[in-house]
Ligand binder design. Structure first.
Ligand code: GCU
Length: 336
């Protein structure tokens, strides 16, 4: 299916109230790109995508825009990846953990400790000298291209029953994203990992199938997990990453100037998202606290020590090591 390309002058164009031609730039077709997202409409990723659509629309006199499907309405991320590969939808926001299941090279950017901060992460994941080859590496096998990423900020463990140290995680069932590295991470911290799709976590926490999960403050709040697992720690085990993944066939089918516009406006989109992130995190903390959540401190040095062996265990190829070293060399205070 791919992008919905609508010839100008059709009922759809009239119905949308778009003007029939003019300074809209390159092609003459109306292009509506379907985007899959697993977050709510209040999440910064939704807001940044909606702003992206507005800018595309403005710059093409209404000829190009996004149709955003939030709340996993097009399926969980693993299914969305398949829809992108099959060119049934055009774009999707996909967590790094899912990409790791398609290529072990993506695992490098999911390693605990690979990014010091969002300030380190965002320039790196938009630097073609570091990630250019990685982002096109799935075009041949899966027909998908990575355009860049949104930060997930710091991910922290949260639980139904209060804990005070890693030792208390013994036997505690923690939901993880579906990947080997995520399973190993929670095992290394002493918990019992349970892989599960994002949209199922609330009910699983509520029913007691899970004792906890791990995520950033924004998802903890927008997914309402704080209602059922209110003890949020500072484990800070990972600076997570979501990718903007595109159907390669869709990208290649665009008029070159339209593709350029989509890529240029993506840069403004991730920067917009990064700007929104801090305020959204603070709002999430305030909202969750007002809803009864409690922030608890555990020993972060102990977390780092427990996770340190994972790099040697998982980064086994020269390509992975090289990518890891390039990312570490770009950390603030390391350049030069
Ligand atoms: C974050 C991330 C999502 C991911 C989710 C998860 O919310 O932004 O892309 O799916 O974590 O834990 O599954």
């Amino acid at each position: 299916m791919g992008p919905r390309i609508v010839a100008l002058g059709t009922v759809m164009v009239v119905g949308l109230g778009l003007t029939a031609c003019g300074g809209g730039g390159a092609g003459s077709d109306v292009i509506i790109l379907r985007v899959a997202l697993n977050q709510t409409e209040t999440h910064p990723s939704y807001v940044a995508l909606a702003n992206y659509s507005d800018r595309l629309e403005e710059q093409t006199d209404g000829r190009m825009r996004l149709d955003i499907f939030p709340n996993e309405t097009l399926g969980a991320q693993a299914e969305v990846l398949q829809l992108l590969s099959d060119n049934i939808i055009d774009l999707g926001i996909i967590s790094g953990s899912q990409m790791e299941n398609l290529s072990a090279d993506f695992l490098v950017l999911n390693m605990p400790g690979v990014f010091d901060s969002v300030e380190h992460q965002m320039p790196v994941v938009h630097d073609p000298a570091i990630v250019g080859d990685l982002y096109t590496s799935l075009e041949g096998s899966n027909d998908i291209t990575v355009m860049g990423g949104f930060t997930q900020g710091s991910r922290n463990i949260y639980v139904k029953n209060e804990i005070s140290s890693l030792a208390d995680l013994d036997g505690v069932k923690i939901r993880v994203q579906e990947s080997e590295l995520n399973l190993a991470m929670i095992r290394a911290l002493g918990g019992s990992p349970t892989p599960m799709a994002f949209g199922e976590v609330y009910t699983a926490l509520q029913s007691g199938v899970l004792d906890g999960a791990e995520n950033n403050e924004v998802s903890f709040f927008t997914q309402k997990h704080f209602e059922v697992a209110p003890y949020y720690t500072n484990s800070n085990h990972l600076v997570g990453l979501d990718y903007m993944v595109a159907s390669t066939e869709m990208l290649e089918g665009l008029d070159p100037a339209d593709r350029q516009l989509l890529e240029d406006e993506w840069i403004n989109t991730y920067q917009d998202h990064t700007q929104l992130w801090d305020a959204a995190t603070q709002e999430a903390i305030d909202g969750a606290k007002a809803g009864g959540a409690q922030w608890i401190e555990i020993d972060q040095a102990e977390v780092q020590e427990a996770l340190a062996p994972l790099a040697d265990e998982f980064l086994t190829t020269p390509t992975q090591r090289e990518l890891y070293d390039k990312i570490r060399a770009a950390a603030p205070g390391q350049e030069g």
